[in-house]
Ligand binder design. Structure first.
Ligand code: SF4
Length: 684
């Protein structure tokens, strides 16, 4: 008899955290069905949720460890591969742990991520552990922690449906977070006004009551201009400012320099529209700000984030349903990766490395002396590898060759390592550069939890066995730690559930996450300090998360992109994601998704294309100071003149060949993935 089972899980793509059920026949995943009882997606999913399972049983799955010799991979036994990795890590752990670095995987369950940072800290004694939030929502973590005391979304997703006014800036959620976009559509039906500010006339902008087109990288100027208008019209919330914040006068002094004429000149937006939108935002009963990577992926990303916080505090739009600052997190578990302490400055639950008391606590728990100096960020690790200062990099499920700025720089850095270890399901572009590849179990093949962008920690369940030869991530790392001689008592897990219990013990923000309460469709949001806490999603209701309970305004000046256009490189490149893909390793191995969009393209304004004699669909040459690609042109009026856009998923015409890894946000260490100068021309 054919046995069909339905196994509940969570979508592994964007941070919306939709519930699905795997459809399992004779022990193999054969499809998914949207989880009807799930509170986020209520029986709906986007194309990635629907077809994004097809990679699981793809013939490209890795099933044997690989070791590179003389530039070629050969198959190896698990024993040989694990011994080689363990002995190399041990060599530096005993002599100079700062020569070691770890990238955790923001796609992987919390339990695996926790073990990655534990291997780095408890196993190797280094704080050099980070993950892709650094080049995604690192500025959110830094910016919202500075202003509100907690670097996470202030409201749950349902809150947006109660908003009267939604100011959406730098987020194309109808493509990147479609089921959150569905909630915005519901908000509009409930009477909300939607304004979308974006350099591109995106599918989200097309839904809006007003589309505010402005120049890439001028967000701080735009929001300072809005703040000035609000104050000049006496629309600020004086009571909220007085009772719940500090730093207002300093912020006001800077913002008041941004008169409309100056703002219109910097942003190239319509001054009347800026004024109207500012007044409507301030007058709304419940006004929400929604943003995503259009705000964060800049050399001043943290300033952009803090500008959204300034606007919300100015108008008292915090601590209430329908308001708030709502960053839409990128990867499915990038929130969880931050929460788990895959950050060089924070242990699990945002406990600070720089706090001697906290580091003493973890040094005791992990039975090793840990430094109180934060480690290297992801970008700094890559630069250190390039300079020869980092010797071993352990990459758990990330693909920086595709996702980091300046592919050439990344490849040179990886080639400069003594050992690159990649733990993966597929031989990704990064895995191809590795010295040792460790085949890992994937989504659907393990138990664990993901944490969505609204801080909802949700259980996922195993629906099939991993392919023979692929191991659970936490088992691989546990085995390496033991072979390094780390006390067995520190790495002795029987299940992901046991790891989660340790996480609860270490992280006060998750202490109340009892399994029975967690493993329900509603799951639990953090902060969840005790088992009787309601763990509801709204934060900062009566006070902010800073020790004194006050929100902190920030005085911010416009800076703009580091690399500006000139005669040689006259177009500003921005990079994006599209509806049918999420990075590449998984979705490009899903036949249905891959058939929808087979390769990349460059969006170019009709006038810019005409000036270059470029026709829609023709393959053109796009080049920057870093490199060049050949890529089909998509000629459109949906993008501003002077700006071009490339989706980042396609290695054969990779946007990141062109982007700039030198342009750093000093506050968050973000590189400027959203703005660099390029030229586009016809191929000869
Ligand atoms: Fe998955 Fe995001 Fe689509 Fe939901 S909206 S189905 S989480 S990709």
């Amino acid at each position: 008899m054919v046995e069909i089972k339905y196994v509940p899980s969570i979508c592994p793509y964007c941070g919306t955290g939709c519930g699905i059920n795997f459809v399992v026949k004779d022990g193999k995943i054969i499809g998914v069905e949207p989880w009807k009882r799930h509170p986020v997606n209520e029986g709906k999913v986007c194309p990635k949720g629907n077809f994004g399972w097809q990679f699981i049983n793809h013939p490209d799955r890795l099933t044997t460890p690989l070791i590179k010799e003389n530039g070629e991979f050969r198959e190896a036994s698990w024993d040989e591969a694990l011994d080689l990795v363990a002995s190399t890590l041990k060599k530096y752990a005993d002599t100079d742990p700062n020569k070691l670095g770890f990238y955790a995987c923001a796609r992987s369950p919390n339990e695996n991520i926790y073990i990655t940072q534990k291997l780095a800290r408890a196993g190797c004694g280094t704080q050099n552990v980070d993950h892709c939030a650094r080049i995604c929502h690192g500025p959110t973590v830094a910016g919202l922690a500075t202003t509100f005391g907690s670097g996470a979304s202030t409201n749950g997703y349902d809150s947006i449906e109660e908003a009267d006014f939604i100011f959406c800036i730098g987020s194309n959620n109808m493509e990147a977070h479609p089921l959150f976009g569905r909630k915005i559509i519901r908000a509009i039906k409930n009477g909300a006004k939607l304004v979308v500010a974006d350099p591109r006339f995106t599918p989200t902008a097309k839904l809006a009551h007003e589309y505010m087109q402005f120049k890439t990288g001028t967000d701080v100027a735009l929001m300072n201009g809005m703040i000035k208008i609000i104050i000049e019209n006496g629309l600020q919330d004086d009571e909220f400012i007085k009772n719940r914040t500090k730093g207002y006068e300093e912020m006001k002094e800077v913002a008041m320099k941004y008169d409309l004429e100056k703002v219109a000149e910097i942003t190239e937006a319509d001054p009347e529209q800026i004024e109207r939108v500012a007044i409507e935002y301030a007058q709304a009963e419940n006004a929400a700000i929604v943003y995503s990577l259009g705000i964060t992926e800049h050399s001043h990303g943290a300033d952009n984030v803090m500008s959204t916080a300034n606007l919300a505090m100015l108008t008292g739009n915090l601590g209430k349903i329908g308001g708030g600052v709502n960053p839409l997190r990128g990867q499915n578990n990038v929130q969880g990766a931050c929460d788990m302490g895959a950050l060089p400055s924070d242990y699990v639950g945002y406990q600070k490395v720089a706090n001697p008391e906290i580091t003493k606590k973890f040094s005791e728990a992990y039975q090793i002396d840990l430094p109180t100096t934060p480690g290297l960020t992801l970008v700094e690790m890559m630069n250190a590898a390039h300079a020869g200062d980092l010797k071993v990099l352990y990459i758990h499920g990330e693909d920086p060759v595709l996702s980091d700025a300046d592919v050439q720089h990344t490849k040179e850095a990886l080639a400069n390592l003594e050992m690159l270890v990649v733990q993966e399901c597929f031989l990704t572009d990064t895995a191809q550069c590795a010295d040792v590849v460790l085949p890992a179990a994937g989504w659907g093949e393990q138990e664990g939890t993901f944490t969505s962008g609204e801080r909802r920690v949700q259980c996922l369940h195993k629906a099939q066995e991993p392919p023979e030869g692929a191991w659970l991530d936490w088992k691989i790392m546990e085995e390496i730690a033991v072979r390094m001689g780390v006390p067995r008592a520190l790495f002795h897990y029987e299940s992901a559930e046991e790891i989660f219990e340790e996480i609860r013990e270490c992280a006060p923000i998750m202490a109340g996450m009892d399994r029975k309460r967690l493993d329900t469709p509603e799951a639990l949001h953090w902060p969840c300090p005790s088992e009787d806490d309601p763990c509801q999603p709204l934060m900062h209701k009566e006070k902010f998360a800073h020790p004194d309970g006050l929100g902190v305004f920030q005085a911010l000046e416009h800076k703009g992109p580091v690399e500006t256009v000139d005669d040689e490189y006259p177009l500003l490149l921005t990079t994006t994601r599209i509806l049918f893909h999420y990075h590449a390793a998984m979705t490009r191995r899903c036949e249905t998704l891959s058939n929808e969009v087979k390769t990349g393209f460059i969006e170019i304004n009709t006038k810019d294309a005409e000036a270059r004699g470029i026709l829609n669909g023709e393959v053109v040459r796009a080049f920057s100071r870093r490199g060049e690609i050949a890529i089909p042109a998509r000629v459109t009026d949906d993008i501003r003149e002077g700006i071009v856009n490339i989706p980042m998923h396609f290695v054969e015409c990779a946007a990141n060949v062109l982007t700039n890894s030198d342009s750093f946000d000093p506050k968050s260490k973000m590189v400027e993935l959203k703005a660099c100068a390029i030229q586009v021309e016809k191929l000869p």
